[in-house]
Ligand binder design. Sequence first.
Ligand code: KE4
Length: 430
Amino acid sequence: MIYKRSSALFLEAKNVLPGGVNSPVRAFKAVGGDPIFVERAKGAYLYDADGNKLIDYINSWGPMILGHAHEAIVDAVISKTKNGTSFGMPTEIETEIAKLAVGMVPGIDKIRFVNSGTEACMSAVRLARGFTGKAKIIKFAGCYHGHSDSFLIQAGSGAATFGEPNSPGVTAGTAKDTLLARFNDLGHVAEIINQYPNEIACIILEPVAGNMGCIPPVEGFLEGLRSMCTDHDILLVFDEVMTGFRLAAGGVQELMGVMADIVTFGKVIGGGLPVGAFAARAEIMDHLAPDGPVYQAGTLSGNPLAMAAGYAMLSHLNQHPEVYDSMDTKTARLQVEFASVLSKNSVPHTINRVGSMISIHFSEAPVVNFESAAKAAAGDTFKKFFHGMLDQGIYIAPSGYETWFICDALTREDLDRTIEACDLASKELA
Ligand code: KE4
């Protein structure tokens, strides 16, 4: 496939945008080559600056669960735009989407909307600290909660891709309050809690990790965290920015039956517009300004266009629960067929999947935490696989630390083509 115009656009972008992008992981640093500039998208397909048609397995890193330019969402945004785009005043649509989200997600009474997943997670941790009066947090190596200082300690996603888990600019003062645990290792968490009695405000995690590739919680892990938090007055924060409204209407809390104290959202909740959110029972949320002492604010929080897109998205998912079964079936087929072609081509691999989150780890060993994920992502295998798939018109995340994002617009033929591409691309890996 030809990418001449994308390369030219990238050259121009680099003159005025750091690294030519507005988010590092888009720059193809981990896989080499120039990033592809997209011109438009519809359903499961991207149309790039050179006129190539690609099957999209990023879907804007998760939000486009129904496929691109879904008419219900486009129509909602267009009609809302005609009445003005932002007021900095309360609007009814904010209450409508809040009621809908509270009805779909278990264990939450109130929700605060912000503009990104980072802002949601940053605010959730401030709220946990304000509510408990304690300073330290536990996060897990390889989990990514956005680029707020407290989280850039052994983060996943782009930070891991760059091999700079501890970002310059994060002070020692901040880092000392972030304690790092091994994902899927309850013993390690217990050790840390015993080391810092009565100092830990919350444990924050991706309940199904997606930023070190897809890594499910092992049996009992979430339940163990829940009981440790209850026993030690620590708030359990589920970062469901990626899993929320994707793995089930009620997210991982519904799917796995473990309840968090605070849940954060992003991606799907905004229907492709900039929306993040954090939610909890009223006792916790009422600690937020203006009623409570914990300050949090935002000029464009609850922006009417973003709320309209999010409301259209959540309404569709709420009225069409069959979307979840459909995506699960499609992703299960990819899992089975990928395993068969990778085995046929003697490529060492482990495929992790939960619902419509799936990733191929190029290692025989089970991938259960950041260390094992990093081993699988090391070397050039993923890079070769990425370009092998792209050459055949299949666009997956340009990093071995990401998950494939499935959308429900994928047809049987799209899946056939993806499997064929995986067969051809993996033949070059053995
Ligand atoms: P944003 O600030 O990027 O909206 O959300 C941060 C975030 C928080 N929590 C989880 C579980 C996330 O996955 C993310 C963001 N995900 C990455 C992709 N893995 C965003 C892609 C990017 O950085 O451009």
